[in-house]
Design a protein around this ligand. Sequence first.
Ligand code: SF4
Ligand code: SF4
Length: 245
Amino acid sequence: KACEVACKQWNQLPEDGFFFSGMSYDNTVALGASTWRHVSFVERPVALAPQNAGAFSWLMSSDVCKHCARAGCLENCPTGAILRTEFDTVYVQPDICNGCGYCVVGCPFGVIDRREDDGRAWKCTLCYDRLTEGMTPACAKACPTESIHFGEVEDLREAARNRVEALHERGVHQAYLYGVDAENQPGTEGLNAFFLLVDRPEVYNLPPDPVIPTKRAAESWISMGFAALAMAAAALGAVAVGNKR
Ligand code: SF4
Ligand code: SF4
């Protein structure tokens, strides 16, 4: 959890309660307005091939805002508080946010959240202040196993694909990339923070097929059009029947 701690420390995020969740070693439980990195400990009653450790394996996964290519939070925000930065990251401007919460329902990953005390929306900035100084985000800098990689996203994609190939050669055939590009995840057009997984997305509390609401807008308008036509036809039919009587 070095990434989680480094994020809290660098961004001076308030604590969000100390309690025992009973979920393995995970007492943080989820991302939130004051938890911008969350390391989950997934205990599974199955072995992770090719390990020989009996019917048990532990998946550690460090979740974060994905800085989506099409960001539901940004496209839902009516005040322009959320913007796309020069680093292609998604940033909330706290001085403009009015706390309406539209972004919260726009994120298909449940990342962005409003703080109870000030009502405004908060999430990972990918350490925007560090990026402007040419520094690595605090989470990636602190990660002792280099599980979190930071760099040009195209380089990361290539490295991740090579890593999956290497894992397959070593017998971890279930390894795959989640959200690596638009083809892989059309509902977001790809993630700038993507993941290498070895089980179904749901096991890591990730949606299998996330779609941002604005991508469904055309479908919704067409459905509303058909519904309006059907209601008009029903009303005309009722008037015609009434006239006959
Ligand atoms: S993961 Fe959610 S909060 Fe982060 S950029 Fe995508 S839609 Fe916005
Ligand atoms: S809560 Fe703030 S960031 Fe979210 S949609 Fe409303 S104004 Fe935009």
